[in-house]
Design a protein around this ligand. Structure first.
Ligand SMILES: Nc1ncnc2c1ncn2[C@@H]1O[C@H](COP(=O)(O)OP(=O)(O)OP(=O)(O)O)[C@@H](O)[C@H]1O
Ligand SMILES: [Mg+2]
Length: 410
């Protein structure tokens, strides 16, 4: 999760220097620059940054009140002050007024980044404690990312059908869960076609409109409803040239904001591991990692799995085998042996049903609910909702044909 920073400093060259220093940490992103007191308060209110870096040159005289105004504008933003001279008396007053740290010029990038990381960690911890204490019955939605390093693995097919299945399922007390689906294929998204939607708005419009911050009310206007299931969809841009306008910050805000009003957020991702994809994998509670019974897919899946295991706890990554019943000389046992994990789900291959469903924009979990592929995705939806036990596991025989063993031997 990135740390957002607002730079409040009247001198453009000084803001630029600070930005260069902060850019050494990928997790830190500068979301704005303010050149005077009023600008600082306005931008703090709009952007709600994690941290405001406030230069002593920005105020004259009443240093403490600006720190109070920042806290009022955005109670979760923490202030770090940079001073030209070591004035201990002033520093004490600033800390009493609510500043979280004070740095002296000249500031090294190590000191600056260390202060930013430390303050961000401390405020996040305090926020967690506060949230637990005051917000006990307001749960936040859970994010499920559908990912595969292999193009054409079936990510969009699974995302669309799983999201619809979840939206139609009866959750706790018979009430269906509130489900949102985000198409993060920013260049060539196709979820709108798969669900036969005619979107008025896309994530590109939201990124433009929500430049200064996205809230639930704004986001709701950019979602398209899937009439048959009630699912809400944030559609990908209509043309690839808009992809660049969607930043990591937009994606993080979209996901965080959706968590306020939806129980489950499914995100269809592209196979390239770009920074926006990583932002979603970071935010996800579960990553469904799709693979198939083919050597190249298996090879890429193993590499991706190794990388993801370095980043996240093992239970977060749940492999799913697509086209599981294909007779192609590689078995389920081979796949599980090579990857060293059990499959969370095995989705059968059914070209006739899947292709017709995509061509007509009618998700097969509704329109061909009796088919084995629809039954498996509906079962997976119920398992995610805690309403059905995991699929029974056939014992994995000592599979792994000899050519596979050779291919994947370390
Ligand atoms: N279980 C299946 N049985 C039959 N066909 C399938 C199955 N899963 C996917 N397909 C077909 O494979 C093609 C690719 O599926 P899909 O678009 O969902 O993959 P993707 O991973 O989203 O691709 P991309 O990387 O391009 O986004 C589609 O034409 C779909 O019809
Ligand atoms: Mg796709």
């Amino acid at each position: 999760m990135s740390i957002t920073v607002l730079l409040a400093d009247p001198r453009a060259d000084s803001r630029r220097d600070l930005e260069i220093m902060l850019s050494r940490d990928r997790e830190v992103s500068v979301v704005g620059g303010a050149h005077d007191r009023r600008d600082t308060i306005d931008l703090t209110r709009q952007l709600r940054p994690n941290i405001v870096i406030l230069d002593g040159a920005l105020w004259s005289g009443d240093s403490q009140s600006i720190i109070g105004e920042i806290a009022e504008a955005s109670p979760d933003s923490a202030t770090i002050v940079i001073l030209d001279n070591a004035d201990l008396e002033l520093m004490r007053r600033l800390i009493r007024a609510g500043a979280r740290d004070c740095l002296m010029r000249p500031v090294s990038s190590e000191d600056l980044l260390s202060a930013v990381r430390h303050v961000s960690q401390m405020t996040a911890k305090q926020r967690d404690v506060g949230t637990q204490a005051t917000d006990t019955n307001r749960s936040r939605g859970e994010v499920i990312a559908i990912y595969s390093p292999q193009g054409g693995a079936g990510k969009s097919m699974l995302s669309a059908n799983l999201a619809v299945a979840l939206a139609k399922a009866s959750g706790e007390g018979g009430k269906p869960p509130r489900v949102a689906l985000v198409d993060l294929n920013l260049q060539f998204g196709d979820i709108d076609l798969m669900l036969n939607l005619s979107p008025q708005n896309t994530i590109a419009g939201l990124a433009q409109k929500g430049h200064g911050g996205i809230d639930a009310e704004l986001l709701e206007q950019y979602l398209t409803q899937h009439p048959e299931s009630g699912l809400k969809v944030l559609v990908a841009p209509s043309t690839p040239q808009y992809a660049e306008s969607i930043t990591v910050y937009t994606v993080e805000q979209v996901v965080e904001t959706l968590r306020e009003n939806y129980d489950i957020i499914i995100v269809d991702t592209p196979s390239q591991l770009q920074d926006t994809t990583l932002a979603v994998l970071d935010a996800a509670k579960t990553v469904l990692l799709l693979t198939s019974l083919d050597l190249l897919a298996l090879h890429k899946t193993r590499t991706a799995l190794e990388m993801l295991r370095q980043l996240y706890p093992p239970e977060k990554i749940q492999p799913v085998l697509n086209r599981a019943n294909s007779d192609v000389g590689i078995s389920l046992a081979d796949v599980e042996n090579v990857l060293g994990v059990k499959m969370k789900s095995r989705i059968p291959s059914d070209g006739r049903i899947v292709v017709r469903s995509i061509n007509e924009g009618k998700p097969f979990v509704i329109y061909d609910a009796g088919t084995p592929i629809a039954k498996e995705i509906n079962r997976l939806a119920l398992e995610i909702l805690g309403l059905e036990a995991p699929a029974s596991e056939e014992p994995t025989k000592n599979g792994g044909g000899s050519f596979l063993k050779k291919m994947f031997a370390k």
